[in-house]
Structures are given as structure tokens and as C-alpha cells.
Design a protein around this ligand. Structure first.
Ligand code: NAD
Ligand code: UGA
Length: 478
């Protein structure tokens, strides 16, 4: 029997759980949605009256939350009660790479998924459809099913039963709301046709039927990992070509445009940048590597691992380029870092290329002024594991010779006495900098390093600044 879903519980109020359920509540006003999390602070932020204080910055998110919150969308830590009442439960918890034990450094840590499954097993009532929303290694559904099956057997008084589905999320941060409202596809993996149909009824409220794909559960899990691996592979490929451009006199923007016109290749995901960041690409590829190794497919594992290795090498090479252009030393030099988030339009810094690049520059002795419109200084402090300096004078006394430091600036006006500007995130504001004004304040000679291809090279050069652009073998003085 196809159940019409009336109450949903989503375990995990993060970058996926929050926006996904906000859009679902907006499109399905008749469905009651409880988003629960163990993190009280995060839940409080989701409930904050001032919608600009939501824990996640995503264009369009606060408008939707403003319309549905406390109507059919609720954020709380009431996990037991929300599970008990739900017909359908989304598991949307974090699945980072394991730090220790078997598979450390590659396999996903499933402890949060397992805890969630145990809670569902314990508290649910009647028949419950359990949906894997988190990105999971292939065959994780089996683990969830085993935990739930044991609850089915144990529940003597009440009859409990479960169907497990895989419904991976493909949203990208910064465009999450648009991606959720207009997905390329919705993937539903499972073997219980009725449960699959119940879930598809929800998506059909706003997604056309031909975009809803049904697969077996293992294909669905593997398709999600493969999708991220293919996207990341394109970025490592184009970044590797950018280094060839620089030594041969070619220009990566021209190469990207030319190959992207081939409809078999397509034009998306061909922007060379400082290296891919974000919480998922690296972890999902490493997960694929682990899977391949586990099944003895060594060459397959090596192939995918090289995508991550290329990304690491590429991030290092950007920091090295800055050192090289600034006469081989950054000691006591002031460098303005523009952008710390892993991409524009998000406050997320997980695996941001800016983290490693800034650490490398600080190690070389640079004093950084880090500017980002959405990332907080506390977050940067956590990521760099270096306390923000009150003043660079203090820094000279406190820190070892050659060890640099950093300060945060929310405003884009700190160019005084800077030796260089390094653009790491493609925020819109950075496209409209008045380079003549900036050059007046900077030391001479000064450099602009553009790893995102967003500045107008003519304007930078007219301002009397030296310019280095990623993959620019024509204008760069290599
Ligand atoms: P996140 O860390 O932002 O959020 C996860 C939340 O789950 C946290 O708030 C945590 O407190 C909560 N949580 C953990 N265990 C819990 C429990 N037992 N009960 C209640 N709450 C619990 O993670 P995220 O970025 O939202 O990612 C979640 C999953 O979605 C991951 O598997 C990720 O790979 C996948 N994914 C992420 C993105 C993205 O853009 N971030 C996109 C697609 C898929
Ligand atoms: C990515 C995928 O795009 C989503 O489909 C997926 O759901 C998500 O991972 C996930 O599973 O977490 P996300 O990491 O949010 O989304 O952002 P992307 O737009 O994919 O960007 C990832 C990184 O690649 C960023 O650092 C970005 O700057 C970089 N990038 C992207 C480039 O350097 N060049 C490009 O052309 C595109």
C-alpha cells in the first residue's frame, strides 16, 4: 500500500538537512516536518527570530524559512518524540572521513549514521520509511536494515516495520535553494515499490516525473559517490592543464572555453581555481578509493586517488608562486587574502583551499589580512589553528622569527602597505575593486594574484600593479 506521508522527521539540521527540509516544507504545506539535531546551539540558530542569524548562509534560504518555520517546519532537539510521530525519517547526519581505526583516512565514519539508525529502531512506531539522505558508502543501507530488523524482532508489544530507501542529495552550497527547487534529477533507490512511490509523491509536488529516477539501492549509493568523483576529477584535470598553460604561453580560460564547446565535454565545471574544497569531494573520492581497495581493485583506487593528489599539489603550487614572485621571502610582508570560504555565496570553509594556502603563507612569515563577507573570524581561527593577532607589531615580539600571523577584516579597505593581494574565493564584491585606489595604498612593486580569474587584467595593470593569474601563460611574466 502506498502511504501518503503526513509527518516527516529529519535527523541532522546541517547544510543538507536544513535547506532540504525548508524547501520540502515550502512545497508540501500539508506535511509536518520536524528537523532534529543533537546540537542545541545549531537548533537555537535555526530558531532565531532574526533570520540573518540562521546557522547557514544560502541565498534564498531565510526567505523560505521565514515562510514555513513554526507553521509546518519545526527545528528542535526533541529526537525521540519526532521519531515516534514520523511516517518517514530522513537521515541527514555527517559522514566525515574516519580519523582512526580500520580504513582511517579513507573510509567514511558511520558512527553518526549508526546512532541515528539505533534511535529510529528504538523510538519509531508502526511502519516507518527510513531514507538515507547522507552520502554513504555502497551497501550502508544493509547496515541500517540490519539494525532496524533487530528492532522489528524485539518489538513484541508494538508492531514495528521499516523500509529503507536511498535518496542522495545533489545540492551544491551557494546555490542550494535553486538546486533543490530545480534539481537535475531526484534519485530514489530501493526495493520496496510502495515506499519508493510514497517518497516520489513528495517530490512530484514540484519536480517533474521524468526527473525522478528509480534504481536499486546500491546503484543509488554508488551514483552519488561517482557523481562527486566525476565533478572533482574535472577540476583536477583543468587545474593540471592550467600549469601547462603557464609554461607554454596558452591561457586556461581560452582552453576551457574551447573544449567546453564540445557538447560531449560541456562547459560546466571547467573553471580553474585554487583547488576544490568543500566537505564532500575529497571525502567521497577517498571513500571510493577505499571501496576499490577493499575489493582488490588497486589500479582503480590509484586512478581516483590521483584526483585528490593533484588537488593537494595544485594548492601548494599557488602558495609557492606567491613566495617566488615576492622575491623568495614573505617575512614581515603584508598580504591581503580575499575570500576564505571554499566557494562564493556560502559561509562554509570545510576543506577550503584557503586553509592550506594561508597556513603555507604564514609559515613563510607573511602577515595576512583575511577578508571574507560571510565567514567569521572564529571560524578562520579554528581552521588555521592560529590565534588572530591584535597587531602585527605585537606579533613581531610574540612569534618566532619568520613566523607570520593573520588579522581579520570585514571591510575591503585594508590595502595600506600591502605587498600583495591574493584572491581565493570568487565573491562578487571582489570583481569591483578600484585597483587605482588600492595601488595608491600598497607598497611598490606590489602584486595581485588572481586564482579565480575574476579581475579585469587591464584595470589591474593600468593601476601599476603586477598581475599573476592562474593558467595565464600570455600575460604572466613566468
Ligand atoms: P553537517 O555536519 O552540516 O550536518 C550534520 C548534522 O547532523 C550536524 O548538525 C550534527 O549535529 C547532526 N547529527 C549528527 N548525529 C546526530 C544524531 N545522532 N542525532 C541528531 N543529529 C545528529 O553535514 P552536512 O553538510 O549537512 O552533510 C550531511 C550529509 O549530506 C553528509 O553525508 C554529506 O556527505 C551529505 N551531503 C552534503 C552536501 C553539502 O553540500 N554539504 C551535499 C550533498 C550531500
Ligand atoms: C558538490 C557537488 O557539486 C554537489 O552536487 C554535491 O551534492 C555536493 O558536492 C556534496 O555532495 O556535498 P559543493 O561542494 O557544495 O557541491 O560545491 P561545488 O560547486 O561542487 O564546488 C566544489 C569545489 O570545486 C569548490 O571549491 C569550487 O570552487 C570548486 N570548483 C567548482 C572549481 O574550482 N571549478 C569549477 O569549475 C567548479
Amino acid at each position: 500500500m502506498v502511504i501518503s506521508i503526513k509527518k516527516i522527521c529529519c535527523i541532522g539540521a546541517g547544510y543538507v538537512g536544513g535547506p532540504t527540509m525548508a524547501v520540502m516544507s515550502f512545497k508540501c504545506p500539508e506535511v509536518l516536518i520536524n528537523v532534529v539535531d543533537v546540537n542545541q546551539e545549531r537548533i537555537d540558530a535555526w530558531n532565531s527570530e532574526d533570520l540573518s542569524k540562521l546557522p547557514i548562509y544560502e541565498p534564498g534560504l531565510k526567505e523560505i524559512v521565514g515562510k514555513t518555520r513554526d507553521k509546518n517546519l519545526f527545528f528542535s532537539t526533541r529526537i525521540k518524540e519526532s521519531i515516534e510521530n514520523a511516517d518517514m525519517i530522513f537521515i541527514s547526519v555527517n559522514t566525515p572521513t574516519k580519523k582512526k581505526g580500520l580504513g582511517a583516512g579513507k573510509a567514511s565514519d558511520l558512527k553518526w549514521v549508526e546512532t541515528s539508525a539505533r534511535e529510529v529502531a528504538k523510538f519509531s512506531k508502526g511502519h516507518t520509511i527510513v531514507v538515507e539522505k547522507s552520502t554513504l558508502p555502497v551497501r550502508t543501507a544493509e547496515v541500517i536494515q540490519k539494525i532496524l530488523k533487530s528492532a522489528e524482532k524485539e518489538s513484541k508489544k508494538q508492531i514495528k516495520s521499516f523500509s529503507v530507501l536511498s535518496n542522495p542529495e545533489f545540492l551544491a552550497e551557494g546555490t542550494a535553494i535553486n538546486d533543490l527547487l530545480n534539481p537535475d534529477r531526484v534519485l530514489i533507490g530501493g526495493d520496496n515499490k510502495e515506499a519508493m512511490s510514497s517518497l516520489s509523491q513528495i517530490y512530484k509536488k514540484w519536480v517533474s516525473e521524468n526527473k525522478i529516477l528509480f534504481t536499486n539501492i546500491w546503484s543509488s549509493e554508488l551514483a552519488k559517490l561517482t557523481s562527486n568523483a566525476f565533478l572533482a576529477q574535472r577540476i583536477s584535470s583543468i587545474n593540471s592543464i592550467s600549469s601547462i598553460c603557464e609554461v607554454t604561453g596558452a591561457d586556461i580560460r581560452e582552453v576551457s572555453r574551447s573544449i567546453g564547446k564540445d557538447t560531449r565535454i560541456g562547459s560546466k565545471f571547467l573553471d580553474s581555481g585554487p583547488g576544490f574544497g568543500g566537505s564532500c569531494f575529497k571525502k567521497d573520492i577517498l571513500n571510493l578509493v577505499y571501496l576499490a581497495e577493499y575489493f582488490g581493485l588497486k589500479d582503480v583506487a590509484k586512478f581516483w586517488e590521483s584526483v585528490v593528489e593533484m588537488n593537494n599539489w595544485h594548492q601548494k603550487r599557488i602558495a609557492e608562486k606567491v613566495v617566488q614572485k615576492l622575491f623568495g621571502t614573505l617575512a614581515n610582508k603584508k598580504i591581503i587574502i580575499l575570500g576564505f570560504s571554499f566557494k562564493a555565496n556560502t559561509n562554509d570553509t570545510r576543506e577550503s583551499a584557503a586553509i592550506n594556502i594561508c597556513k603555507d603563507l604564514i609559515n613563510e612569515g607573511a602577515n595576512l589580512i583575511i577578508h571574507d563577507p560571510k565567514v567569521s573570524p572564529t571560524q578562520i581561527e579554528n581552521d588555521l589553528r592560529i590565534k588572530q593577532s591584535n597587531s602585527f607589531e605585537l606579533n613581531e615580539i610574540t612569534y618566532k622569527k619568520d613566523q607570520g600571523n593573520w588579522q581579520f577584516s570585514r571591510n575591503l579597505d585594508k590595502f595600506d602597505n600591502a605587498h600583495a593581494v591574493l584572491i581565493l574565493t570568487e565573491w562578487e564584491d571582489f570583481k569591483n575593486i578600484n585597483w587605482i585606489d588600492a595601488a595608491r595604498k600598497m607598497v611598490s612593486p606590489a602584486w595581485v594574484f588572481d586564482s579565480r580569474s575574476i579581475v579585469n587584467p587591464i584595470k589591474v595593470k593600468e593601476a601599476g600593479l603586477n598581475l599573476w593569474r592562474l593558467g595565464d601563460g600570455i600575460q604572466n611574466d613566468n
